[in-house]
Design a protein around this ligand. Structure first.
Ligand code: AGP
Length: 607
């Protein structure tokens, strides 16, 4: 998604904006630009491509101004190009705007403005904002922005500067996150925390239909209608280097290796010394939870895969009927939500537009919504009735890894909590699960060390397609393995329940299609072996993920990637590792941009 940064203070704005844009690159983008007010004029620079293209322009001709706005664009309307890059201005370059979101009524607005003589340069929806504000501008930028945005339908986080108001930046938000960073004699704006961490820990999360006016010494908040609001200041408490790769070549590899400590942290936070699950101040009402007789999980992508594993855990341990929906489908259906139903929204970023609208649909039907979120100050976390934080730390790689295993672990803990509240689980059963969960971090460390993964990735990195199959708790992992591979290595990959092979996918089996078969110990192991036999009988290539000690499987598979032995119900936490690393090493071998894969964004804040 697009990234916004803005600065007002005493430094040269271009250097502050540059640092901010660098730290937002993980959001995914195809062009970048910035604008500053210098000697009463708008100085505008923008380039298609990566930030290094913009760097060239800045080196040749540095921008001189202490107030500015910057943007990395993830194209929605208009192809990636310099012309469509932000910031956008009115024809007289009296003001500049950067925007994240979608102006849904931009075409009628554009036609009306063109009818009034406004000349448009780009194909973007965003440019409408520049002409709209210029049209109503009467010397006060705040009221002009307020008037203009009240005509807009759709979502926006936007920052405006005007050459006649060099002492202020005006920003606004509806549906796309925007955060204010409070400094000493300087103030900042960014789409996400990493861009602000080098400057401040004091942050204000703008809420929907709010406008903020930033001067060097003050931040004032109001509603779009003009009603003053007291800013709620959060102390973030994250060090700037949390957004650094450290010694790792990619954020994704760093975050894969952080998983053992994330799982240790989750255990220490949510499991008491008495071996009970305690979600603390999450807002969960145990009285209500004890009555819950149906759960609807809604999420996207990797979070949806975690939700699918949650279904197995919740039905197994809490005996609660659990459905799992893709948010973009859930939000446009008319789901039957009634009685003692709990809706769970799973989202790493807490800003995914479809999951947020799914949450709002559930609440419109008077449902209680529990959010499983990594970004605790996110919109989904704020709008849910209760939140269980994933405590995975900032996840910057576009391919989600540590948040995924954190989601699975939290869903397991939730199943234990609900099983206890409903009298399904005896204390001994809960303790057995928790004792096993406590061993997982060290087992994950062993799973990461599996040296065959790199060799396997290198051997098959040039194939045209992969297939992934699994059953039961690891069927969702087959989907996740396929998503990981396709989203960062660009190899087509499909995941299937192993039992579905004979219903179609087996037609694709040949010597050019490696099939990753999740064949770890468990009740369904013999069934997976049958599927492997079927694949081998058709000259298929089998890469098995198996449990340490299983030597039999070497007779059936071309490659075997081992994970330590663990109870079937918790095996997805370990199986995720070879899947993540297989995708990672394949992408690296193919020279792909692992942390910022093409066309993808870390948080999909537009639908
Ligand atoms: C995960 O690797 C993908 N980048 C993507 O599918 C992601 O899981 C999805 O967009 C949901 O994001 P969220 O968890 O932040 O809501």
């Amino acid at each position: 998604m697009c990234g916004i940064v803005a600065y007002i203070g005493d430094k040269y704005a271009d250097s502050v904006l540059w640092t901010g844009l660098e730290r937002l690159q993980y959001r995914g983008y195809d062009s970048a630009g910035m604008a500053v007010i210098s000697d009463g004029e708008i100085d505008l620079r923008k380039r298609a491509g990566k930030l290094r293209e913009l760097d060239e322009s800045l080196r040749q001709n540095p921008m001189r101004g202490a107030i500015g706005i910057g943007h990395t664009r993830w194209a929605t309307h208009g192809e990636p190009s310099e012309r469509n890059a932000h910031p956008h201005t009115d024809e007289g370059k009296t003001l500049a705007v950067v925007h994240n979101g979608i102006i849904e009524n931009y075409l009628p607005l554009k036609r009306d403005l063109q009818g009034r003589g406004h000349l448009f340069e780009s194909d973007t929806d965003t440019e409408v904002l520049a002409h709209l504000v210029e049209e109503v501008m009467d010397g006060d930028l705040v009221s002009a922005v307020s008037d203009a945005l009240q005509q807009v339908e759709g979502t926006f986080s936007a920052a405006f500067i005007h050459h006649q108001s060099p002492d202020r930046i005006v920003v606004a938000r509806r549906g796309s996150p925007l955060i204010l960073g409070l400094g000493e004699g300087e103030n900042f704006v960014a789409s996400d925390v990493p861009a602000l961490l080098p400057h401040t820990q004091q942050m204000v999360y703008l809420e929907d239909d709010q406008i903020a006016v930033l001067t060097r010494d003050e931040v004032a908040l109001q509603t779009v209608e003009g009603e003053e609001i007291e800013p709620r200041i959060h102390h973030i408490g994250l060090s700037p280097d949390i957004a650094d790769k450290g010694d790792y070549p990619h954020f994704m590899l760093k975050e894969i290796h952080e998983q053992p400590n994330v799982l240790r942290r989750l255990y220490n936070i949510y499991v008491t010394d008495e071996m009970e699950v305690d979600f603390g101040e999450s807002g969960l009402d145990d009285g209500f939870l004890a009555r819950v007789n149906r759960i609807v999980i809604q999420a996207c992508g990797t979070s949806w895969h975690a939700g699918l594993i949650g279904k197995y855990l919740l039905e197994q341990y809490a005996h609660i009927h659990t459905e799992v929906d893709i948010s973009s489908e859930f939000r446009y259906r008319n789901p039957v939500l009634e009685g003692d139903t709990l809706v769970i929204a799973i989202s790493q970023s807490g800003e995914t537009a479809d999951t947020l609208e799914g949450l709002r649909k559930a609440k419109s039907k008077f449902m209680r919504v529990l959010a499983l979120c990594n970004a605790i100050n996110s919109t989904i976390a704020r709008e849910a009735d209760a939140v269980i934080e994933l405590h995975a730390g900032l996840e910057i790689g576009v391919a989600s890894t540590k948040a995924y295993t954190a989601q699975i672990a939290v869903l397991g803990l939730l199943a234990m909590h609900l099983g206890r509240l409903k009298g399904i689980l005896a204390p001994g059963e809960i303790q057995e699960f928790l004792q096993t969960l406590k061993t997982v971090p060290s087992l994950v460390e062993r799973a990461i060390q599996q040296e065959r993964i790199y060799a396997c990735a290198e051997k098959y990195s040039d194939v045209g397609a992969f297939m992934f199959i699994g059953r039961s708790y690891n069927y969702p992992n087959a989907l996740e393995g396929a998503l990981k591979l396709k989203e960062i290595s660009y190899i087509h990959a499909a995941g299937h329940p192993a039992g579905e092979l004979k219903h179609g996918p087996i037609a694709l089996i040949n010597e050019d299609v490696p099939v990753v078969c999740i064949a770890t110990n468990g009740s369904i192991y013999p069934k997976i072996v049958s599927a492997i036999q079927e694949i081998r009988a058709r000259n298929g290539v089998v890469i098995a993920i198996a449990t340490e000690g299983n030597t039999e499987i070497k007779a059936y598979a071309h490659e075997v990637l081992y994970i330590p032995d663990i109870a079937e119900e918790l095996s997805p936490l370990l199986v995720a590792l070879p899947l993540q690393l297989l995708a990672y090493y394949t992408a690296v071998h193919r020279g792909c941009d692992v942390d910022q894969p093409r066309n993808l964004a870390k948080s999909v804040t537009v639908e």
